[in-house]
Ligand binder design. Structure first.
Ligand code: CMC
Length: 431
């Protein structure tokens, strides 16, 4: 970020402080308050980071007003339409789209790492059968630091690179095995002659008694879901990864922290929550009741899959996802599925309602991704693991960028303390 000759003046009790203003290559200017506490003895207060840039970054840019999402400058609709997930991974990790030779090399490196250490099978088997696949993923990815000691030294660029490739390569296997374990089916090993998305679909849906041959349209749709979730600048889970890593934690521990954060229904858990909501609504005639609940301030219910902290006109990912949903539903001939009928009518009803228009609440990526995944045969419990698998490259790219930053400091927010002031301890018999 370049320093401008603009400054902001802050006046406290008649004393003025000049704060530098930094200019990004895109997006609003940023007031640099790094020296504020040292100079003025005050903190700033911004719960939820609604006005605070926690880092500088060159990876992803979002203009929420315009509904624009760029990875390394490339718009998401072009990437989703013309590129593929592994190519986008390369761009996120290394800064630009690869040449043919670079792509072949990258693909070969990812493909060579798709298997898991065989002893990890025992680790999976330690979970209860009814464990949520996200619970298994948090545990297994964290446990990778116990299996891959040769890629946990973050001061070694080569180990950082190997950890990155391992995570991107193994995440589909981990997610698919978490699913297989939860339904009591044997684990299916990766096949390196398949592309990234087809391999994942096969590991999820193949059984020893019958091989699964993915339809190219479904593989393309899966790849697009991966691409659309690949990165999203400083969202909650990415910020979690950065915060965890700022202490020097190993990459597997940091990504496990990101997976844990993603699980929540306000973030990656929204796709599962959305489908569950559509099922709960059940029939089109109940839509007005749920719309009324979403608008009622006394009711905590929200329309899942609607709204976004940053996008205030539309979610560009949702646009592409909607198109993909139409293709997949057409292929699978499931347009009359009751859940999908409810989804379509709910979308129409919410978009026509002034409450949602006034608050700029539009369907987000999770509204449509759940619909596609359901049509493909995934249970709702797999929706968030698929998001986690896709977002791994974003977490890793942001983690790498942070480690390369010479200004890296441990993340340590301040607070506005509202508790008791100093008081003396009272022994238990005197309270
Ligand atoms: N249904 C009904 N009302 C809503 C909704 C919703 N889905 N989302 C926001 N609002 C209202 C909210 O009640 C508030 O009203 P008021 O100003 O009267 O108090 C106003 O809109 C602003 O909401 P907010 O919670 O202050 O906004 P936020 O930026 O903190 O929250 C959000 C963003 C995504 C957490 C929120 O819109 C939400 O909970 N959506 C449902 C969950 C969801 O779909 N999450 C997936 C996000 S996309 C995938 C990802 O990147 O993780």
């Amino acid at each position: 970020m370049a320093e401008t000759n603009k400054t902001a003046t802050l006046t406290i009790d008649g004393q003025s402080y000049e704060l530098p203003i930094l200019s990004p290559t895109a997006g609003p200017d940023v007031i640099d308050i790094r020296k504020l506490y040292a100079q003025a003895g005050v903190f700033t207060y911004d719960p939820g980071f609604t006005s605070t840039a926690s880092t500088d970054s060159t990876i992803t840019f979002i203009d929420g007003g315009k509904g624009e999402l760029l990875h390394r400058g490339y718009p998401i609709d072009q990437l989703a339409g013309q590129s593929n997930y592994l190519e986008v991974c390369y761009a996120l990790l290394y800064g630009d789209l690869p040449s043919k030779a670079q792509m072949d090399d990258f693909e070969a490196r990812v493909t060579n790492h798709t298997m898991l250490h065989e002893q990890m099978v025992n680790f999976f088997r330690g979970f209860r059968r009814d464990a949520h696949p996200m619970a298994i993923m948090v545990g297994v990815v964290g446990a990778m630091s116990a299996f891959y000691h040769d890629s946990t030294d973050i001061s070694d660029p080569w180990q950082r690179e190997v950890a990155s490739i391992r995570l991107i390569a193994k995440m589909p296997t981990i997610a698919a095995w978490a699913y297989k374990y939860s339904i009591g089916q044997p684990f299916v090993y990766p096949r390196n002659d398949l592309d990234y998305a087809s391999n994942f679909l096969r590991m999820c849906f193949s059984v020893p008694a019958e091989d699964y041959v993915p339809d190219p349209i479904l593989s393309k749709a899966m790849d697009r879901i991966f691409t659309l979730h690949a990165d999203h600048e400083q969202n909650a889970s990415t910020s979690t990864v950065r915060l965890a890593s700022s202490s020097g934690a190993n990459p597997f521990a940091c990504i496990a922290a990101g997976i844990a954060c993603l699980w929540g229904p306000a973030h990656g858990g929204a796709n599962q929550a959305c489908l569950e909501m559509l099922r709960e609504i059940g029939t089109v005639d109940r839509i007005p009741e749920f719309i009324a609940r979403a608008k009622d301030k006394e009711d905590p219910f929200r329309l899942m899959g609607f709204g976004h902290r940053v996008y205030k006109n539309f979610d560009p990912r949702a646009k592409v996802m909607k198109q993909s949903a139409d293709e997949v539903l057409d292929l699978l001939g499931v347009e009359n599925n009751p859940v999908l009928q409810v989804a379509k009518e709910l979308e129409k009803a919410a978009l026509a309602d002034p409450y949602f228009a006034d608050k700029k609440l539009f369907p987000n990526v999770d509204f449509y991704s759940g619909i596609i995944l359901e049509a493909m045969g995934f249970p709702t419990s797999m929706f968030t693991p698929i998001f986690a698998l896709s977002r791994t490259v974003g977490w890793i790219s942001q983690w790498k960028e942070q480690l390369d930053d010479p200004q890296l400091k441990i993340g340590r927010p301040r607070q506005l303390y509202k508790g008791e002031t100093l008081r003396d301890y009272v022994p238990i018999d005197k309270r």
